[in-house]
Design a protein around this ligand. Structure first.
Ligand code: FES
Length: 124
C-alpha cells in the first residue's frame, strides 16, 4: 500500500473520499477532506437506496464534532444521528436538528457524488 493512501485506502490526490462500499447501507462514516481550502471532518451517510449525503462534522449548537471518537457516532433507536456533546438529534435526509439544543438548525451540507464506486466531493 502506498503511503499516499488515506485510511480508507483511497488516494486523496485523485479526489476520491472513499469507496462507496466502505459505508454500509443506513450507516455513517467519517472522512477528512479539504472543503473550500479548509481541512474538514465530514460525516457521510449512505441511505437504504445507496444515495450518499455529506455534512461537515460540526454541530450547529456549539461547533463541536458530533462523534464521540473519530468516526464513532451515536444513533437513536429510530435512527437519528445524536451529537455526543449535548445530545442534539439530526434526521439524515436533510441534516436538520429535530430535537435538542439547536432544534430547527441544520448541519452544513457538503455536495458529494458517486462515480465508479467511489465517493467524491462534487465539482463546484
Ligand atoms: S455541541 Fe452538539 S448538542 Fe451541543
Amino acid at each position: 500500500m502506498s503511503s499516499s493512501l488515506n485510511r480508507d485506502g483511497v488516494d486523496p490526490v485523485a479526489g476520491a473520499l472513499l469507496p462507496l462500499a466502505s459505508i454500509e447501507r443506513g450507516g455513517l462514516h467519517e472522512v477528512e477532506a479539504v472543503v473550500e481550502g479548509e481541512a474538514e471532518s465530514l460525516i457521510l451517510h449512505c441511505d437504504a437506496h445507496g444515495g450518499v449525503r455529506a455534512w461537515l462534522n460540526v454541530c450547529p449548537h456549539a461547533g463541536r464534532r458530533l462523534d464521540w471518537a473519530p468516526g464513532r457516532f451515536l444513533r437513536s433507536k429510530d435512527g437519528l444521528l445524536v451529537c455526543a456533546v449535548h445530545g442534539a438529534s439530526f434526521e439524515l435526509q436533510h441534516g436538520a436538528c429535530v430535537a435538542g439544543p439547536c432544534r430547527g438548525e441544520s448541519l452544513r451540507a457538503v455536495a458529494v457524488e458517486v462515480s465508479g464506486g467511489e465517493v467524491f466531493l462534487a465539482s463546484p
